[in-house]
Design a protein around this ligand. Structure first.
Ligand code: ZN
Ligand code: ZN
Length: 178
C-alpha cells in the first residue's frame, strides 16, 4: 500500500454510500484488493468487525470539532497499534515505508499505515484539509489538496457539477419569476 491517505478516504467513504461498502467479508476482500493492502491473510468476520470499528475511528478524526479531539482519537488508535517502520519495494511500487508489524491483521495494518498518514496531516497543522463534502445529501469525506484549500465537494465531477447545476437552475428560476 503506497498512498495511505487515499486509502483512509476510501475506507471512511465505504460507510457513506447508500449501501454499506463493508457489509460482508467479501466487501472487505474487494476493498483490500482495490487498495492493494499487502500481506493480508484469509479474511474473517472478525477482520470485518475490526475494520468497521477502525472506520468509525478514522471518521471521527475527519469530523473532530477541533485539533485536541482529533489528536485524542488518533492517539487512542495509535496507542493500541504495533508500529514497525520498514522500507520496501513491492508489486511495482517505488520504495516506500510500511508501518504495520509483519504479522499484523488487516485492521492493524490499516491502523498503522493510515494512522501515521493522518498523524502527519495533524502534525503539519493541516487538519482543515480533512473535509466532509458540502453537498447537502452527501457525507463523503475527502482530503483537500488544492493549493488554496478551497475544495468543498468530494468529487468535482459528480457532487461539484451537481451543485453547480442546482445553483444555475435556482438562478434561472429566480430570473423567470421576476
Ligand atoms: Zn506497500
Ligand atoms: Zn459529495
Amino acid at each position: 500500500m503506497v498512498y495511505s491517505l487515499a486509502t483512509v478516504v476510501d475506507l471512511v467513504n465505504t460507510g457513506a454510500g447508500e449501501r454499506d461498502g463493508l457489509a460482508e467479508v467479501a466487501d472487505l476482500a474487494e476493498f483490500v484488493g482495490r487498495r492493494e493492502v499487502s500481506g493480508v491473510r484469509t479474511l474473517t468476520r472478525r477482520d470485518l468487525a475490526e475494520v468497521r470499528a477502525l472506520r468509525e475511528a478514522f471518521h471521527a478524526v475527519f469530523t473532530a470539532p477541533d485539533q485536541t479531539t482529533a489528536v485524542r482519537v488518533l492517539n487512542t488508535l495509535l496507542g493500541r497499534t504495533r508500529i514497525t517502520p520498514s522500507l520496501t519495494e513491492h508489486d511495482g511500487h517505488p520504495l516506500h515505508v510500511h508501518y504495520f508489524a509483519p504479522d499484523a491483521s488487516v485492521a492493524e495494518h490499516l491502523a498503522a499505515d493510515c494512522g501515521v498518514a493522518l498523524a502527519h496531516v495533524l502534525v503539519e497543522n493541516e487538519r482543515e484539509r480533512l473535509r466532509t463534502c458540502a453537498a447537502p445529501d452527501c457525507s463523503h469525506v475527502f482530503v483537500d489538496e488544492s493549493r488554496n484549500r478551497s475544495r468543498v465537494y468530494c468529487d468535482s465531477r459528480t457532487c461539484g457539477n451537481r451543485m453547480h447545476v442546482a445553483a444555475y437552475r435556482a438562478r434561472a428560476r429566480r430570473r423567470d419569476a421576476s
